[in-house]
Design a protein around this ligand. Sequence first.
Ligand SMILES: [Cu+2]
Length: 120
Amino acid sequence: MPLRSLLLLCFLTPACGGPDRSPLSVTIEYPDGGPPLNKHFSFVVDLQGQAGELVDVDADMPSHGHGINTDPVIERIGNERYRIDGMLLHMPGAWELYFDLKGSDNKTRRIVVPLELAHQ
Ligand SMILES: [Cu+2]
């Protein structure tokens, strides 16, 4: 079974909805053992009813001021499900994963998912 975890939520960014919108969340299914350190991996994202299409996936380590060195590829595999290939988190520590959803209004909203990657 993939490690399945319900993950958070948005921070207080302008792209992050108004009072009429419930908090944004997605479900991420990581490979067995969780996201690996410094290895390419694939995972599945379920938009959990969020309106929109997943158009970009990225990640940063905000406390280090850098991102990732790969450009993950998105493939839609179901109504709200996407497989992400080519993610690589090259060091342990506090990452943020970014999921950009484009709505029918053509606006893009970003869902931010914190991820603490342990030494392995
Ligand atoms: Cu770093």
